[in-house]
Design a binder for this molecule. Structure first.
Ligand code: NAD
Ligand code: LMR
Length: 328
């Protein structure tokens, strides 16, 4: 057996947390040979910490052989201590009448302080994945505080969007889900994201040859994927949780599996026209466990260029809203 990996999870008693921690402890994130220690972080609030105690009791009751320890805390200095992977799930949700700018500011404060603490106390090889919304910009904010850890270690999740796009293409083509490959997400985890259907394959053939309905691909397909989060909130009265936890498992598992090509929001270096200061979804190839190289060679047609420009603009605008915080 290998030494346990320390996995820190913020918002561990929330909806996503409840769908996530058991699967990590069961070996789904790092495989059946990799023991883990879960370092679960909640806000310093009696109800949240009580709920976290309940989660820990249930983890005990699962008798999972890979789970080698648990930390439950509201102190990020304890929760992120020596963490090899930090899953930043906890964030303030948007309340009634709240503008996106207000949400950015409130969550910006959280991600500034978490980025700072992670940089100070996490393990040297730490990887950080941001799920809490607005995920791309929160990731950029956390990374802005890193002095010790390289900023490439900070990624945000767009895997849920990739999974959604894959499922929609399979449904439309009437094929098994596994027949769909090479569908990647560009830009922001928001309705502006672009699922690049022109590069997708269905049973090894270009998706655009199998689904000849270009109007559907450019219209309802992009819209369904982009607005899926809102559709789930409208149906459930709560945001996606099981599928978000599943996507986080996929994100990290793919990042730990050399050779895998998958969608990740990464620090832009200008590829595809993304501003070099934002974190943008794009295809990456995992090189060694936890490390990747962006794939920058896909050609974008005029339609794709327009979509990428729009999602880039949104990311640039979000950054502008929080910039005073980053330089304070
Ligand atoms: P939730 O409200 O059920 O749970 C969030 C938990 O985080 C709560 O228990 C809360 O106490 C905790 N929390 C808040 N601030 C914290 C902090 N500073 N430190 C530690 N814990 C903190 O929400 P949820 O449904 O689990 O969703 C969590 C976040 O994930 C939301 O921002 C949501 O919008 C986002 N989300 C992202 C995606 C994606 O694809 N990127 C998908 C679904 C949801
Ligand atoms: C999702 O995509 O399901 C989440 O980000 C929730 C949301 O606000 O859209």
């Amino acid at each position: 057996m290998q030494a346990p990996l320390r996995v820190a999870i913020t918002g561990a008693a929330g909806q996503i947390g409840y769908s996530l921690v058991f699967r990590i402890a069961a070996g789904e994130m790092f495989g059946p040979q990799q023991p883990v220690i879960l370092q679960m972080i909640e806000i310093p609030n009696e109800k949240a910490l009580k709920a976290l105690e309940g989660v820990a009791m249930e983890l005990d009751d699962c008798a999972l052989p890979l789970l080698k320890g648990m930390v439950m805390t509201s102190d990020p200095n304890i929760g992120f201590k020596d963490a090899n992977v930090c899953c930043l799930v906890g964030a303030k949700p948007r309340g009634p009448g709240m503008e996106r700018a207000d949400l950015l500011k409130d969550n910006g404060k959280i991600f500034i302080s978490q980025g700072r603490v992670i940089d100070q106390v996490a393990a040297d090889n730490c990887r950080v994945v941001v799920v809490g919304n607005p995920a791309n910009t929160n990731c950029m904010i956390a990374a802005s505080q890193a002095k010790r850890l390289p900023t490439e270690r900070f990624t945000a999740m767009v895997r849920l969007d990739q999974n959604r796009a894959q499922a929609q293409l399979a449904k439309k083509a009437g094929v098994d889900l596994t027949a769909v490959s090479d569908i990647f997400i560009y830009g922001n985890h928001s309705p502006s994201m672009f699922p690049a259907f022109a590069h997708a394959k269905i049973s090894g053939r270009p998706a655009t040859e199998v689904i000849k309905d270009q109007a559907w691909l450019q219209g309802p397909f992009c819209e369904t994927v982009g607005k899926r989060g809102a559709a789930i909130i409208a149906a459930r009265g709560l945001s996606s949780a099981a599928s978000a936890a599943n996507a986080l498992i996929n994100h990290v598992r793919s990042l730990w599996t050399p050779g895998t090509v998958h969608s990740v929001a990464v620090q832009s270096k200008g590829a595809y026209g993304f501003d070099p200061h934002v974190w943008a979804g794009m295809p990456v190839k995992t090189t060694t466990p936890g490390s990747f190289e962006p794939i920058t060679t896909y050609a974008l047609d005029e339609f794709a260029k327009g979509k990428v420009a729009a999602t880039n603009k949104e990311l640039v605008d979000e950054r502008a809203m929080v910039l005073p915080m980053l330089t304070a």
